[in-house]
Design a protein around this ligand. Sequence first.
Ligand code: GDP
Length: 450
Amino acid sequence: MSHRARDLIDRGLDRHIRLAITGLSGAGKTALLSGLLEQMLYANDSSALPYWRVAKQQRLIGARLVPSSDWSIARFDYEGAVNALTGENSSWPQSTRDVSEIRIELKFKPVKGLASKLSDSRKVTVDLIDYPGEWLLDLPMLAQNYQQWSEQQSRLSEQGARAEVFAGWHNRVRESMQLEGDADETIRRLARDYQQQLQRCKKEFGLYFLQPGRHLLPGELADAPALDFFPWPTDLDLPESWGELLQQKYHYYQQQVIKPFYKSYFQDFNRQVILVDVLTALEAGEDALSELKLALTELMKSFEYGNNHFLKRLLSPQIDRVALVASKVDHIGPDQHAALRQLLAQLLQNSRQQLDFERIEYKTFSVAGISVSQAGQLSDGTVVLDGFDHDRQRVRVGAPKVPATWPNKKDWQIGFAYPRFYPHFSSVQSPLPHIRLDQLLDYLLGDKLE
Ligand code: GDP
């Protein structure tokens, strides 16, 4: 029997789960996935998983990494991540740039039903898939032709920080039109230039709603001609030969990049984590938080199967449970975790209604995939965080506050600042510390481990 056929049978029997993790770049996907694997692999050596019932009830017999049956997808580099975190010059691991996957097998004692009477143990195979959330932001492009997309992006590029970033690029497009050059070559140059400006929007201004997603995280398409396109500035006349090329590239991107992603990967996911770094957006200011909200609303459209004409035609969706997760809670005190979760819930308010409509279960969490600080309380009640700074020197800071709802004008004027802590683990100490991954694991896998 082929690997794929066996996987399908196992999925029918609830013995195989495809659990995907996404979020915009920097959200903490690599750290979260590494943390989840750590906790599963070392669950039996850990007392730090009180809310993962299968571990708490001592029914987890073992967990081990096994080869995935899909040989075309890069394996998630768990060992590399742990080495980076625990090595001599410990550092954060390399962030997600492409889709990757890793398979773990969990052996457990069933508690319920026929299974518990027939055998002492059962196995569940879990595929964990890590992919850039930026790719989900491309979905609306399927519903737009090149002209419509150009109009929307041109309008957007005149607003706020974007106007500053794109002014120079716009001039360069205009100048290029006056030169007699090879159209293909000129378009490639302008597309690369556009890609750099999009990356500046992200890095310098903390913007999130940026298309096309592969310009930010190209994955295997780095430098490929498929990315040689950009939205045409609608105040300039589009030369005919350029128009043809740009439309062809745009069409190719829709058909050969966006659609296959949904068909080959997304289609098969059963459970989904959406990870959001709310703290960094708060620090960057009101525009950044507004843009994060917009980007999340767009990203969540990939879960609106019923309403979304393109998805409905493309997929027969399987996702039945979504965890909406605020990351990096070790940057704030435990008394602020609930506020962070509430703020995340508010950012996702519209999308949550849609999940209800689709009958997809969801729950919000605030977690740290890898916790690098320790919270404490001084005798006067002040909450403090101990950790290591960039130079790996011990530091203690007062734990900052998080607004539970959208901040008011005065709060924005004062601004928000959160400490940055760095990993400094004296020796290999698996499982690495985390915050609330046991609750997350129980939500995502608990029902399959009964
Ligand atoms: P990705 O782009 O979504 O894969 O994000 P990463 O997992 O690479 O995380 C980006 C950065 O956020 C890391 O390099 C860390 O600086 C920080 N980070 C991620 N997760 C955590 C966490 O759990 N705690 C803390 N303190 N920082 C984190």
